[in-house]
Design a binder for this molecule. Structure first.
Ligand code: ACO
Length: 284
């Protein structure tokens, strides 16, 4: 693949559409920060792979993990078009590291404003995954529990191994899911099914997850990486600017009236036509 051309195309397309150009990336986290967060980051041309890397703890996530994810989101190089999230070892993620509940940093809610800010900061580790400039894929195997399930839900697409099990455990622990997961879950399965899944905190196996639309693809465990690679290749084969504009369109569709969505389609298409046929079109 000619990543230079792809990357260049991506930049031109985004600029030409004149909609929310990507901000200058912040400094990426260094090795020590990534290690403290329990994360690995590999950027290879247009593809970034983030690995949850605490296999001995089933990739249980700490506050540092979520801050690390936010930092990765803020510092992604502009050529990146696809981000894959995966877990090292037997599971995608066992959710919050249960040690966090007894650690000193856990807020007790007595200062609502400070607690609100604290949770909002952690949520930033998830919200960037919806940015239109990138398509995000969760490669899920083993357990995706609580915050791990929500991380998979924060991605645009989920590829599940046939041993994957999803579980929204928070209500069983006296909490609500607060890592951005309730909205995508309801968008995918509807309120009644989301209620049933959350309030029973039951395990959802891969095959059922596929049936419910929680996973787009289910694959044998030993072919997960191959299935993800195939999906990434297909995503990168599509015109970069059209992919950005289309993701932007699709994610706003549920919140728009038909009239608003038609107007949004026209707006995006004007950007595409200008890019393809107008005076300022890309040289690539
Ligand atoms: N936090 C801290 N440590 C964990 C967590 C966790 N969430 N999950 C697993 N570990 C640790 C275990 O304590 C164990 O440590 P040890 O080797 O020192 O005994 C090690 O990881 C391996 O765990 P096992 O339970 O032995 O692994 P197994 O593959 O049999 O089970 C499973 C995996 C199902 C994920 C199980 O560990 C589990 O249920 N974990 C707790 C899940 C949970 O309740 N998460 C919170 C959800 S709510 C939220 O995320 C906000």
């Amino acid at each position: 693949r000619d990543t230079a051309v792809t990357a260049e195309g991506g930049r031109h397309m985004t600029d030409a559409s004149a909609q929310e150009p990507r901000p200058e990336p912040a400094t990426p986290p260094d090795e020590a920060e990534l290690a403290e967060a329990g994360l690995l980051l590999e950027v290879d041309g247009a593809v970034a792979t983030v690995t949850l890397n605490r296999p001995e703890r089933r990739n249980a996530m700490t506050f540092a993990t979520w801050r690390g994810l936010a930092r990765i989101g803020r510092s992604l190089p502009p050529q990146v078009r696809v981000v894959v999230l995966r877990g090292a070892g037997p599971s995608f993620s066992a959710g919050i590291d249960l040690g966090m509940f007894s650690g000193g940093e856990q807020p007790d809610g007595s200062d609502p404003e400070a607690t609100d800010r604290f949770i909002a900061e952690l949520q930033e580790g998830y919200t960037w995954l919806r940015r239109p400039e990138i398509v995000t894929i969760a490669a899920v195997h083993g357990h995706a529990i609580g915050g791990g399930f929500q991380l998979a839900l924060a991605c645009d697409l989920r590829v599940a191994a046939d041993d994957a099990v999803f579980c929204m455990k928070e209500p069983a622990l006296g909490l609500v899911p607060d890592l951005t997961g309730t909205k995508p879950l309801v968008e995918i399965v509807g309120v009644p099914r989301a209620l049933e899944l959350c309030l029973t905190a039951r395990n959802v196996p891969a095959e059922e997850a596929a049936r419910l639309g929680i996973a787009e693809i289910v694959t044998p465990r030993d072919r997960l990486d191959e299935a993800v690679r195939g999906l990434v290749d297909s995503l990168l084969a599509v015109n970069a600017g059209a992919a950005v504009a289309t993701k932007r369109l699709l994610w706003q569709a549920p919140g728009n009236t038909l009239e608003e969505q038609c107007a949004a389609e026209r707006r995006e298409q004007i950007g595409r036509l200008r890019e393809m046929f107008g005076a300022g079109r890309s040289a690539t």
